[in-house]
Structures are given as C-alpha cells and as structure tokens.
Design a protein around this ligand. Structure first.
Ligand SMILES: [Zn+2]
Length: 501
C-alpha cells in the first residue's frame, strides 16, 4: 500500500506521488508571532508534524519549510500599541514559539524564513506581476492583484465567481477605496505613519510600503525551493482550514501568475479546527489557551499529542476536561509500558510478541497511509501495549523485532508520557536483547535518545546486580558523556534523567 492523502484541490483522497522520486518539498504556513500561539494553531502544527514524520518513516527525503509571519496587520498593531519597534515586539514571541514547538516534540523545519528577511524576493515577485499586468498600483499607492486577470481564481476554494463578488463587496472597508475591483487583494500596502514608526516600511520601485500577508508565503516558498531544489512547484502545501480562503487561494493566484505554471503546490492539505468546550473545561482550565498553559499545568507533551491524534485531522476536535484527562491517563499507560518493554529486552522474539509486533507494523502503515488516520494508529499502539503487557506478565521477554516495531510507532506518533521510575527484572537473563550502539543515535529525536539511554541504564542495572561494577561504572560514564544521568531508587527501580534539565 502507498500513502494516500485528501487533496483539497480535487476534493478526493489520492495516491501521493512526489515530483522527484524519493523527495518531498513541504510548505506549512507558520504562526503570526504577535502573541503566543494558541493550542488550536498547535493542533494544525501537530498534524503537519505527523505528516512529516510519516513521510520520513516511509523513506522520503523531506524538505520542510515553515515561515514565521513577523509583519502583518496584527504584528504592526501590537507593536504600535506598545510603542516599540516591530522587531522588538515579535522577537520574544518567535523564541516562545520555538520553545512550545520543541516541548510538543514537533520537529523543527529545515528552513524557517521570517517575512522581514525576504522583502527582496517579495518585491521581485510583485514587480514581476506588475510587469505581466496582473497587478496594478491603486489610487492609494498600494499594489493590488487583479483577480479578473487570473481566470483560475477560486479553484481551490471552489467558490462560485458571483458568490466571490457578492461576498467580497460586503467586506469592502473604507481603506480599500484604491482598488479597481472589490475582490482584488493587496500585494503591497503603501506605508502609513504607524508603519513607519514601528519600522515596518521598505523602499520598492513601486513605492515605499510593506508586503501583504498572502504574498509573504508565495515569495518565501518560491525562493527556498528554487534555491534548494531547483523547482517552482511544491509537492505539499498544508495549513488550517481557515486558510483555504482567501490565503491559499491568493497564494496560488500570485505564484502561478508569476511563474507561469498551472500549479503552485500539487497537494493541498488542511487540518480542521479545535474547539474548547464543556463547562468543566472552562471552569477548571478556563485560562488554557496556549501550549505554555498546558505545560505550566504539568501536562506531559505526549498526552497533548495523544489528545490531538485521537481525532482524525479532517474532523473537528472538541477539547474537554474529560478528553484531556483520558489522554493523560492513556499516555501515562503507554509510557509505563514502554519502560517495561525496554527493561525486559531479550535476545529473541517469542511467538506472542512477535505476532503482536507484526500486527503493529502492519496496522500502523495501513492507518497512516490511509490519509494519516492517526486514531487507528494510536489504537494499534494500545493493542500492542496490551498484548505486550500480557506477554511480559507471563515472563516472555521482548525481542529485537518487538522493540523495533514499538520504536517505529512511537517515533512517528511520540504520544507516550515520560514515566521516570523504571522497574528492571534483574532475575532475567543478564544483558540480553539487541545490540545497542555505544554512541547515542545521531540526528534522531529526543524520544529515540531517551530509548537509547533507557536501554543502557537497564544494562547497567543488570551489571550491578551481577556485581560487575567495572561495567556498571563504564556505562554510567557513557550515559553521562551523552548528557544522561541514571539514579538508583531505594525500591530497586531506576530513573533516567537529562543532565542539566
Ligand atoms: Zn501561508
């Protein structure tokens, strides 16, 4: 089976075929850093993280771009209100976003362009559209895209042209008098005194001003894929459903009119909304709207990921007190099982766990290949944990295949909570299990690093029990040099901790 994805452009689930075999270019619209990102934004970023991880686990070489919008109406208004420069206002929120992203185990993009660092390519794109006569300078000095001169407009959102006209004319506001047509959107906004005051104005051949939000993504995406991949068409473009119209529709219009190609991205993916509902939720967690609120409440990032992945990305998710509580409980159970599994590692795969491992591998692939069906993938992890616990209870150790199957699933979903204390059955065979490298897995995620550390900690505990103190000390040093500490508890359990954390 191959990966199939729901393409908003065609309204169909289609087999995914990249432009260049084995390579995928992925552009995801990033946050506007005028404030902390909302957990609703992170639901979208988590679905995109799952997409990226599954593409990589399927063997694709992914080139992922996610922008930071550091100049738009909201960032300018927020800076002006504080009376500081745009840069001074957005920088702390850019750092906060990266912290929240890392905490939620979201892989950082390969390129994270900030709009203000790509003003040159934006000016070039706008000039190109003026030269082709699909854009014009309005009476107010701003540059607009002429929708009437781009016949394919509306293809992504499938809005009827008349509907577009009627809808748009209702939204015409006083500051849009400069347009030829109410539907036209700004590519470049003539500088206002407020924008000059916060440092959000740049010189351009068509007048001093600043880019419109839509043109930012087009210019950054095109610049980066040209530079890195030598192409002008993205394989996948993703974002929240609220971006389909007008943002993504406008991105397509600008990009295609500029490059002369009939595609900007071949597959468009959109994640549904997250609703915060439920009386209990608003009473107990009334102030939880950002990722840092969840973190300050002591919630494990694995639980947040599990909560999001228990609903398919194309369905709305209601965040309730009960849903969060049950995700925390489920994620903790998976974390405990993972510790047990790693601690029990044996040298061979016995039938019950071998069968469970094969089933997990098969079900994970079937679920995620089917338009990223995360709820089914998560259910397969729980089924494996339950079969695994039963086998471990019966004294059957987990072999290399069982460990590999689990690591693959957790490597893609990353839904387990960190459970510190780890019980090691030292009566079992001394240091069984697969060969584990003496160096931590290079370039792998934190979850993989942690699994590696636990595997060595278990070997150390067994060496100590066997009174091989030289080996135990050697392993402790090996862990220490990789940034991990190991603690021995009075009850015989051990803990693996990140040093300096
Ligand atoms: Zn965008």
């Amino acid at each position: 089976m191959t990966l199939r994805l729901y393409n908003t452009l065609t309204r169909r689930v289609e087999p995914f075929v990249p432009l260049q075999p084995g390579k995928v270019s992925l552009y995801t619209c990033g946050p506007t850093i005028y404030n902390y990102a909302h957990i609703g934004n992170f639901r979208t970023f988590l679905f995109e993280d799952l997409l990226r991880r599954w593409l990589e686990a399927s063997g694709y070489d992914v080139f992922h771009i996610m922008n930071l919008t550091d100049v738009d109406d909201r960032t300018i208004a927020a800076a002006a209100q504080k009376g500081i420069s745009l840069r001074a206002h957005v920088d702390p929120f850019a750092r906060a976003f990266e912290e929240d992203r890392d905490w939620l185990r979201i892989k950082p993009p390969h390129e994270q362009p900030r709009a203000t660092e790509y003003i040159g390519p934006m000016i070039e794109l706008i000039q190109g559209l003026l030269d082709k006569d699909v854009a014009y300078v309005g009476e107010d000095g701003s540059v607009y895209f002429a929708i009437a001169r781009f016949p394919a407009y509306g293809r992504l959102s499938q809005l009827d042209r008349r509907e577009l006209r009627a809808g748009a004319s209702q939204r015409v506001s006083a500051d849009e008098y400069g347009k030829e047509d109410a539907r036209d959107f700004a590519l470049w906004k003539a500088a206002s005194p407020e924008e000059e005051a916060v440092g959000a104005a740049w010189d351009a051949p068509f007048g001093r001003g600043r880019p419109g939000w839509h043109v930012e993504c087009s210019a950054m995406a095109l610049e980066l894929i040209r530079r890195h991949l030598g192409t002008e068409v993205l394989d996948i473009h993703a974002g929240g459903v609220d971006l389909i119209f007008p943002h993504h529709e406008d991105e397509i219009a600008q990009s295609c009119a500029y490059t002369g190609r009939d595609e900007f991205a071949r597959v468009w993916l959109h994640g549904e909304f997250l609703n915060i509902r439920g009386e209990k939720m608003s009473k107990r967690f009334g102030n939880i709207t950002t990722a840092r609120d969840l973190r300050e409440d002591g919630i494990d990032p694995g639980a947040v990921r599990l909560l999001m992945f228990q609903v398919h990305y194309r369905r709305q998710l209601d965040l309730t007190d009960e849903a969060l509580a049950s995700a925390r409980e489920g994620s903790r159970r998976l974390g405990e099982f993972q510790n047990r599994l790693l601690a029990s590692a044996g040298a061979i795969d016995a039938p019950p766990l071998l069968e469970a491992a094969e089933r997990l591998e098969r079900e994970l692939a079937e679920a995620l290949d089917d338009d990223l069906n995360a709820p089914r993938a998560v259910a397969a992890m729980f089924a494996f944990a339950s079969a695994g616990n039963a086998a471990l209870d019966a004294g059957i150790a987990a072999g290399p295949r069982a460990l590999a199957a689990w690591r693959r699933a957790e490597g893609v979903l990353a839904v387990t909570s960190t459970v510190q204390a780890l019980k090691v059955d030292t009566s079992a065979e001394p240091a069984g299990g697969e060969e584990v490298s003496e160096t931590p897995p290079a370039g792998e995620s934190e979850e993989h690093q942690r699994v590696w550390a636990i595997q060595w900690a278990v070997r150390r505990k067994k060496a100590k029990t066997a009174r091989d103190f030289g080996e135990a000390d050697r392993i402790r040093d090996l862990l220490k040099s990789a940034g991990w500490g190991v603690r021995d508890n009075r009850d015989g359990s051990i803990e693996v901790v990140r040093l300096g954390a």
